[in-house]
Design a protein around this ligand. Structure first.
Ligand code: SAM
Length: 263
């Protein structure tokens, strides 16, 4: 997909669509692709083109995205460790009437990514925040998993240390609905082993490399997926989904080691 293919319609979007220009003094939360550049929306492109500055989790990465779509824009870094300080500067810019776009490396800002602090500070300052919705690994994985989406809980990343991870999983034994985790490829085996300990009878879906060339969905119990992991190495990015079936809601005082009909 060339930059021209995708950027041409967006170049004219503002003029042709009749949509009003961006509102001065507004923070726009712009979702960006999680793998496939075709997933950028026309509105995201117009917002990135018409804003005054882009506050980016990684300026090099967003710079490459902008370059691909032939957009030239000043970039401001805004990542986990400087987000708190950046709030002041972003608020000053908005108060001067600037239009600020916020992007992260991939997907929707604020979802296991920077954004929440800036959004809270901007709201507290009485200024306007608008989402520019688009790709999000959580939604993509959930909708294609085949697991119920009527009730789901987004857990995101578990803590790194084993004790807190185990405690968090134990706490989730009493939560109904589909559970959705983000996990690094380096810890996917560890997570499956932990799920096998706490939820051995539950179905798991590994949604791998969403929207990319090697996208796939692997389904089974934690033990079945661990066996698969021993046969082939699984690389790339993962969303891990755990079915609520076989994990009946229990009262916390009915504590038992495992969930599932056989337990
Ligand atoms: N804000 C992003 C979103 O809206 O999904 C999530 C950012 S979080 C730092 C990155 C995690 O999201 C990865 O470790 C993985 O769990 C998940 N993820 C992101 N892109 C993915 C993809 N293409 N396929 C599978 N999982 C993905």
């Amino acid at each position: 997909m060339s930059a021209q293919n995708l950027s041409a319609p967006a170049q004219n979007a503002s003029a042709d669509s009749g949509w009003p220009p961006l509102a001065p003094g507004t923070l726009y939360l712009v979702a960006t692709p999680i793998g496939n550049l075709e997933d950028i929306t026309l509105r995201a492109l117009r917002t990135l083109r018409e804003c005054d500055v882009v506050a980016a989790e990684d300026t090099r990465r967003t710079g490459r995205l902008l370059k691909h779509f032939a957009i030239v824009k000043p970039l401001l870094s805004c990542f986990r460790f400087n987000e708190a300080q950046r709030c002041g500067e972003i608020i000053e810019r908005l108060q001067r009437g600037e239009k600020v776009a916020l992007t992260t490396d991939a997907g929707s800002p604020g979802i296991s990514d920077p954004g929440e602090r800036v959004v809270q500070a901007v709201i507290a300052a009485g200024l306007r925040v608008e989402p520019v919705p688009g790709p999000c690994a959580l939604v993509a994985a959930l909708t294609a998993s085949g697991l119920p989406a009527t009730e789901f809980h987004f857990i995101g990343f578990l803590p790194h240390k084993s004790g807190p991870r185990r405690r968090e999983l134990e706490r989730l034994r009493h939560t109904s609905g589909t559970l959705v985790f983000y996990e690094s490829p380096y810890r996917i085996g560890k997570l499956l082993a932990e799920l096998n300990g706490v939820f051995p009878a539950c179905q798991v879906v590994l949604a791998r490399e969403l929207t990319k060339k090697y996208e796939e969905y692997l389904r089974g119990t934690p033990a079945e997926l661990l066996a698969l992991l021993r046969q082939r190495s699984l690389k790339g990015e993962f969303v891990v989904l755990l079915s609520g079936e076989g994990r009946p809601a229990m009262e916390p005082d009915m504590d038992s080691d495992f969930c599932g009909p056989g337990d």
